[in-house]
Design a protein around this ligand. Structure first.
Ligand code: C5P
Length: 308
């Protein structure tokens, strides 16, 4: 990768969260993962990852934001793991260190790939800080070692994910979609939701996203997209958190053209017909008091990018 020369000693990267417009899953595989067919869309809810030099071999992280207390800050932090993996792989000839600061806006364990976004942000920020000669493909391969959603968080936009969700192909998408996100209190762990999915025997031997999703995206037709949003994990998430069903119903009654649990939840993504409908829906949903907070976003947006 041609890394830009950065004059300052701090490198800042902005990285978006995602919603899955369609998520079809096979049964659990021997490696514990599930074969997926999913359409990701990156949306305008961004974490920021800042990297600056630290003593050789030292990698630390500070997390800022309302939910910072929910994020581990030791070696188990996925951004720390990302920096260490990058240093071990691409910087073997010299000891490298980084001090990371993450400003979190993507909900923690919310089904929007917040941790994966931070890993993607740390990979890019450290690659630039350390002036490494690494290609986007190599960065993506490192990302896939860190988590199934990390390659998409690097890429952004709209993409079809297969394999564990880490094999990406671009998807043609016209226009911009207006979403209202409803954040719930408490987390839903992805392994727990997949566990419930297994228990309910919901795995499909040939998971494939519906063609209607791809057609709706090409035509830029929000109501058509809203009608075919689909998530195989939704039943499992609702089983674990039944009150999400009432939130989905409320959004539908208040005029959303589509409503879906985002990934493994508990965030719910409501699709609005246009910007003014999204404003209207977000105001009404907020006043219902059924969730922690509500946020309007648009998608698709790019993946991990330097902030200059
Ligand atoms: O890859 P990542 O660490 O983000 O995945 C978190 C968890 O989600 C995995 O440990 C696994 O339980 C589940 N998962 C899965 N199949 C996938 C992706 C994630 O079972 N394709």
């Amino acid at each position: 990768m041609a890394t830009p020369v950065v004059e300052t000693e701090v490198v800042r990267v902005r990285v978006a969260g995602k919603v899955n417009l369609a998520l079809r899953s096979g049964p659990r595989r021997p490696d514990g993962y599930h074969t997926l067919s999913t359409v990701f869309q990156a949306v305008s809810l961004f974490d920021e990852v800042e990297a600056s030099w630290a003593d050789p071999g030292e990698v630390s992280v500070t997390v800022l934001g309302d939910q910072a207390h929910l994020v581990p800050v030791g070696e188990e932090n996925i951004a720390v793991k990302a920096a260490r993996l990058l240093a071990a792989t691409a910087g073997a000839d010299r000891p490298l260190g980084a001090s990371l600061v993450i400003r979190k806006a993507i909900p923690v364990t919310g089904g929007m790939a917040g941790g994966s976004a931070d890993a993607a942000g740390a990979l890019l920020a450290c690659a630039v800080l350390w002036d490494l000669d690494i290609s986007p493909d190599e960065l993506r391969d490192l990302g896939a070692q860190l988590g199934a959603d990390v390659p998409f968080c690097l890429a952004g936009g709209t993409a079809l994910g297969t394999g564990r969700g880490d094999q990406l192909a671009p998807v043609l998408s016209r226009g911009s979609y207006h979403w209202v996100l409803a954040f719930s209190d408490g987390e839903l762990s992805t392994p727990a939701v997949f566990g419930k999915f297994d228990e309910l025997g919901l795995g499909n031997d040939h998971p494939e996203v519906p063609a209607e999703i791809l057609n709706a995206l090409v035509s830029g037709d929000a109501p058509a997209l809203g009608r075919c949003l689909t998530n195989d994990l939704q039943a499992a998430a609702l089983e674990l958190r039944p009150q999400l069903g009432q939130l989905l119903d409320a959004g539908n009654e208040l005029g959303a053209v589509g409503a879906i649990v985002s990934g493994s939840g508990p965030t719910i993504a409501f699709l609005a017909a246009n910007e003014s409908a999204a404003v209207d829906l977000s105001v009404k949903l907020s006043s219902e008091g059924m969730c922690r907070s509500v946020k309007r976003v648009t998608g698709p947006v790019p993946g991990a990018r330097l902030v200059v």
